[in-house]
Structure formats: C-alpha cells, structure tokens
Design a protein around this ligand. Structure first.
Ligand code: CAA
Length: 257
C-alpha cells in the first residue's frame, strides 16, 4: 500500500513504519495519523508479522502535532471532530510496537513514542512537551504517560517550562529502555523486534497485556491478573515446547498456538 506521509515495509516478521514528512520534521497531521493507524492495523492483523517498529529520521522522530494544520481550529472544530482521539488507536494494537527515536520527539511526537510499548533512543534523541510555548498543553497523553514514566517533578517541569530531555537523562529517568548510537538505531530496533517476533505469539500478547495492566489497576489486582494469565499459559502448546526445548538443550520451535 502506497502512503503519502509514511513508508511502510516489512523486514522478516517485523512491520516497519517510517514517518516521512522531512520538510516538516515529521509533524503529525491528520492524514499521517490516518495512514499510521491503517498501517499499524494492517500489521496487527497480518499473521506474518510479530512486532512493529515506528521510526522517523535522524533529525526528528516527530516534532509534534502539525501546528500549521491546527492553528486555525476553533473549539467547535476540535470538539465536533473529536480532535486527537484517533491517535489513541496506536495504543490499542495487540502486537508490541517499538518506538525507535532519533532527534526530536516533541509534543505529539513524544506522546506517540510513549504510546508505543517501549522506546529505544538514539544518542541524539531529545524529548519534550513544548506545547506551553504555543499557548496550549499536551493533548495526547503527555501529562499522563510522561508523569507515570518519569515522575511528577520532571514531568511537571517539562510540561510547564518546555525544557527538553536529552537521551542520557531520558534513560536515567526510565523514559527509554536504552540508548544506542544513532547510526545503529534502526538495525538495533529491528533486531529487537525480530527477537520478540520469534517468541510465542500468544505469550507475547499476554505479556504485553499484563505489563500494561500495571498502569490501570492496583498492585494486588495486577498480580492477580498476571497469575491468572500465567496459569492459562499451561494450556498453550508453546509452553510445552518451550520448556521441553530447554530440558533437551535445543532452540524451541514455537507454533504460536
Ligand atoms: N508543525 C508544523 N510544522 C513544523 C513543526 C510542527 N510541529 N515542527 C517543525 N515544523 C516545520 C517548520 O515550520 C519548518 O518548516 P518551514 O521550513 O516551512 O519553515 C520545518 O519544519 C523545519 O523546522 P525548523 O526550521 O523550525 O527547524 P529547527 O531545526 O530550527 O528547529 C524544532 C527544530 C526545535 C523542533 C522546531 O521546529 C520546533 O520547535 N518545532 C515545534 C515543536 C513543537 O512545538 N511541538 C509541539 C506541537 S503541539 C502538539 O504536539 C500538541 C499535542 O500534544 C498533540
């Protein structure tokens, strides 16, 4: 499928989406978000794909929502079209999504990265929620996901002052899983995604669901949810294969059943 604002490819069992509006530092306009949602949905339903990667360019993952597109909206426009609600679909995918972030991840760009399941950062990555400079605040989960990720102090400072966080600080704060040299970012993201795609498909989906439950419930409920899912895994053929392969000192051949 040919898209105007993204490039959509596969690498073995990995679905790779590259945000591709170089002249606007990958600013996220409504057409791009529509294409992104369609591509992610396609990969989510494609049995040949086990994990997805979203990336941008070396200069910018995405510099935020498209300011030029939204500047003339009034309240009724925003309310009636339910502006930015469709972005949530990124967080509704069942298969894991890795954000491979180089350069600027600002505003909606930072929010998009945080909607993914984890962020691999290049050493030149810069994260920020600079909406306050535009007379607004984050609108796609920035005040919520950033706060859960890096804590109140850093999140509050970033949302109130627009201060950007460099890769080192983002790693120390727990916003990104790790940092790699910018030249290695895509290879490392694809290698990591392929590692996930090689695991048992149903177990990966359940593990993702269980980690995400940690953000939605109490510890006791989360642990109960995890235990029930864990017990159910003994009905999955891949559990038999995985454990038998360990005992027989060989690689498991998962069937995704
Ligand atoms: N929307 C629309 N266009 C954008 C953009 C954005 N978010 N960010 C950059 N661009 C455009 C610029 O207008 C410029 O276009 P022209 O060449 O036509 O002038 C082009 O991309 C290159 O940008 P700069 O010349 O500004 O590049 P720079 O290297 O000097 O600066 C930057 C880079 C610091 C990222 C700067 O572009 C910038 O501050 N961008 C805006 C960041 C921002 O405020 N993001 C939040 C958006 S609001 C939001 O996201 C709300 C939400 O929660 C949904």
């Amino acid at each position: 499928m040919a898209y105007k604002n993204i490039i959509c490819e596969t690498r073995d069992a990995v679905g790779l989406i590259t945000l591709n509006r170089p002249d606007a530092l990958n600013a996220l306009n409504s057409e791009l978000i529509g294409e992104l949602n369609e591509a992610l949905r396609g990969f989510d339903h494609d049995d040949a794909i086990g994990c997805m990667v979203i990336t941008g360019s070396e200069k910018a993952f995405a510099a935020g929502a498209d300011i030029k597109e939204m500047q003339s909206k009034d309240y009724m426009d925003a309310y009636l079209e339910d502006f930015v609600t469709s972005w949530d679909q990124v967080g509704q995918r069942r298969k894991p999504i890795i954000a491979a972030v180089a350069g600027f991840a600002l505003g909606g760009g930072c929010e998009l990265a945080m909607m993914c399941d984890f962020i691999l950062a290049a050493d030149n990555a810069k994260f920020g929620q600079p909406e306050i400079n535009l007379g607004v605040m984050p609108g796609v989960g920035g005040t919520q996901r950033l706060t859960r990720s890096v804590g109140k102090s850093k999140s509050m400072e970033m949302c109130l002052t627009a201060r950007m966080m460099e890769a080192d600080e983002a790693e120390r704060a727990g916003l990104v899983s790790r940092i790699v040299p910018v030249a290695d970012l895509l290879d490392e993201a694809i290698k990591t995604a392929q590692k996930i795609a090689d695991q048992s498909r149903p177990i990966v989906l359940m593990a993702k669901e269980s980690v995400n439950r940690a953000f939605e419930t109490t510890l006791a409920e989360g642990v109960r949810f995890e235990r029930r899912l864990f017990q159910s895994m003994f009905a999955v053929e891949d559990q038999k294969e995985g454990m038998q392969a360990f005992v027989e000192k060989r690689k498991p051949a998962f069937k995704g059943r």
